[in-house]
Design a protein around this ligand. Structure first.
Ligand SMILES: Nc1nc2c(ncn2[C@@H]2O[C@H](COP(=O)(O)OP(=O)(O)OP(=O)(O)O)[C@@H](O)[C@H]2O)c(=O)[nH]1
Length: 297
């Protein structure tokens, strides 16, 4: 008698079933409270679990019990009479006597589950923030284009891969002419707007696979894979012509372009090449393209 009271006082579900058909021979109060079931003669333990857990019991718990005599820390879900799911942790052991029985310990795991869910939510939140930070760390705030660091990293990887497949790349270095004058005459805010619009304009005139970035104050860079439909020289000339025809913030804006083309040069060599060619374009009077095929020297 004392033992029965003691078992009912345990804050965990204690159940004894037959091994053969899992008929409940004994269950303590806690088990009935949690599962909201009434004691019924001949009831089987499977009845209190949801459909997925029933499958786990048949396909995993029972084979474990039959083969090694116990099954530890299995996460299952009870289904109450009101069809509410209750997460539980189940330990079960086969006890051999006159009949083979299974002793089940069924502990509720709601608090642990909600803690686990909180941790999952926290991790998702941190991942999202990390992604945002990653995007921010790669973006030039003023134009929304890639910044110099991201450009160098992406372009280095792309060109390394391309070199292995003998792909030919173009490196355009595009610098707004006399930008200091724009700032001086119209103010820094207008200058910022010009930078923003030139950036947007370049983005809408380049292809999705190009790598476009603002790499310095009034300096942009584009790396493109050379394909047949438009030569890099045609592309650069188109940029120059279209920009000449356009007024940005009511201001005539021109650019100088240094263009290095190669199927052999590394990213650093292309960068250096384009930089020297841009310098030449500036020296020759600005508002022009100077280009070189670096593989033909
Ligand atoms: N508004 C604005 N100005 C910038 C920014 N970054 C750099 N600048 C300005 O850009 C100007 C660049 O001047 P310079 O390097 O002399 O070049 P430039 O006047 O364009 O002359 P060339 O390149 O030789 O044609 C400087 O006055 C910088 O202060 C920016 O983010 N916003």
């Amino acid at each position: 008698m004392t033992a029965e009271f003691a078992l009912d006082d345990f804050p965990t579900g204690l159940v004894v079933t037959t091994l053969e058909d899992r008929e409940i021979l004994f269950a303590n109060q806690y088990f009935y409270q949690v599962s909201q079931q009434e004691p019924q003669s001949g009831a089987r333990i499977g009845l209190v679990f949801n459909a997925a857990s029933k499958i786990v019991i048949e396909s995993f718990v029972m084979p474990m019990l039959l083969h090694q005599g116990y099954c530890a820390e299995i996460q299952l879900t009870l289904e109450t009479k009101a069809a509410e799911p209750v997460p539980v942790l189940v330990n079960a052991r086969v006890v051999e006597g006159e009949r083979k029985l299974i002793y089940w310990v069924i502990s509720t795991a709601q608090q642990r589950d909600s803690l686990y869910q909180e941790l999952v939510n926290l991790r998702n939140d941190l991942e999202q923030r990390a992604e945002k930070l990653e995007v921010l760390s790669q973006t030039d705030e003023l134009t929304g284009l890639l910044n110099r660091r991201a450009f160098v990293s992406r372009a280095t990887t792309l060109i390394k891969q391309g070199l292995r497949h003998k792909m030919s790349y173009s490196f355009f270095m595009i610098d707004i002419d006399n930008f200091k004058q724009i700032n001086d005459q119209h103010g820094h805010d207008v200058g910022d707007n010009v930078l923003h619009q030139v950036g947007q304009w370049l983005a809408s005139n380049s292809r999705a696979n190009d790598i476009l970035a603002r790499i310095g104050g009034e300096e942009f860079a584009i790396i493109t894979l050379n394909q047949n439909h438009e030569s890099p020289i045609q592309f650069a000339e188109r940029v120059l012509t279209l920009l000449r025809a356009e007024k940005i913030q009511g201001i005539e804006v021109t650019v100088s372009v240094g263009l290095a083309v190669s199927a052999k040069a590394s990213f650093e060599q292309l960068y250096k090449g384009a930089d020297i060619l841009l310098y030449e374009a500036k020296n020759q009077g600005r508002n022009r393209l100077v280009w070189r095929d670096m593989d033909k020297d």
